[in-house]
Design a protein around this ligand. Structure first.
Ligand code: ZN
Length: 358
């Protein structure tokens, strides 16, 4: 699954370092803390990974996709390091972050740190998508009103997506509030939700550095999706609450994100992302009001008018459902239908009459 997508350019941010090329070059962003990039053969063409120096060697934070190129770059990088690999940390299960978690931790016989939620999500999503989908998962797409041929193209694109990470045999558990001592730094785990189930950010309070993963990106907004495995989820509430937790960190924090550049301006960015979602919520309310009532599929087409293909559909439908769910949970829209199969099983969203809004 692609991890990020919808543009939301960052304002009020500064970028103190030029980005390294995605070829194994490294930029030292703080003493004993290296920023590297791994290439990705997709629209989002790189992921940032970080190397943290400890007495016993180097800790790798996020791994890149499992491709021959990434493995080759890692071999060259590790051969040049002044010390062995001492551990691997994955912020979350997405394949650009954990694609080589098994390979790196097992090749070097070092521990892999992940949260429980992310490790088990990685395991759960390692199996190929069933064909046909199980009926309850199929119903998730049917009730959106997406036409069957468009659903088929979307699911075919997901099945072609061949980057599922190998499953690491074991892990060490990270929990919110845990402290991971790596070299001179104490990294406090700050868990975020909404983009993935239990995403670990690492925060060094002493020198105010945040390894942010996909919880805080400077130029794009992370996908917040409702997925068929949890069709009645409200991930946007979790995401917005996670942004508020990051707002508790120091304003001069240096943010080390998983995509685009290292930046400062944490609070400007959390505000911009919050506004980005509030604007989408307002637009959805207008879309539904103008239509009288509509299905999630129609809301998706209106909210995302420039979709380029079936992979975009996965992200756009999931995002639309996440925003609709937020509005329904708060009584700002109503949702009818969706309990049965066929036409009766399609959900329709409509305005809540004003007298019912308190
Ligand atoms: Zn992600």
């Amino acid at each position: 699954m692609t991890v990020t997508g919808i543009a939301a350019p960052g304002a009020g941010l500064s970028y103190p370092f030029a980005a390294p090329a995605a070829d194994g070059s490294a930029v030292e962003v703080a003493p004993g803390l290296l920023w590297l990039r791994m290439p990705m053969p997709m629209a989002l063409d790189h992921i940032n990974v970080y190397l943290l120096q400890a007495d016993e060697g180097w800790f790798i934070v996020d791994t890149g996709l499992d491709t021959p190129t990434t493995r080759e770059i890692w071999r060259a990088v590790i051969a040049r390091l002044p010390g062995p690999v001492a551990g691997v940390v994955c912020t979350h299960f997405h394949y650009d972050h954990a694609g080589l978690a098994a390979w790196l931790s097992e090749t070097h016989d070092v521990p892999l740190w992940m949260t429980h939620g992310e490790y088990y999500m990685l395991r759960a999503t390692a199996a190929p998508l069933p064909d046909p989908l199980p009926p309850l998962q199929q119903r998730h797409y049917d009730r959106s009103g997406m036409p069957p041929e468009r659903q088929r193209a979307m699911l075919a694109a997901l099945r072609r997506d061949g980057y599922s990470p190998a499953v690491p045999q074991a892990f060490r558990r990270l929990r919110d509030g845990d402290v991971l001592q790596i070299g001179a730094r104490r990294w406090r785990i700050v868990v975020g939700e909404g983009h993935s189930p239990e995403h670990a950010c690492l925060y060094a309070d002493a020198d105010r550095i945040l390894l942010a993963g996909d919880q805080l990106l400077p130029r794009i907004s992370s996908n917040v999706l409702v997925m068929p495995i949890e069709p009645d989820a409200d991930p946007l509430s979790l995401w917005l609450a996670s942004l508020r937790r990051l707002e508790a960190l120091a304003p001069d924090t240096l943010v080390l994100p998983s995509h685009d550049e290292v930046f400062s301006g944490l609070h400007a960015r959390t505000r911009a992302l919050d506004e980005h979602h509030r604007e989408k919520l307002a637009r959805l309310q207008s879309i539904v009001a103008e239509a009288g009532s509509c299905r999630a599929f129609e809301a998706m087409l209106a909210l995302f008018p420039r979709l380029k293909g079936p992979v975009d559909d996965v992200l756009a439908l999931g995002e639309t459902l996440a925003h609709l769910a937020w509005l329904v949970r708060r009584g700002l829209l109503r949702c009818d239908g969706g309990a049965g199969v066929g036409a009766g099983g399609v959900q329709r969203y409509s305005r809540v009459p004003m007298e019912q809004v308190v």
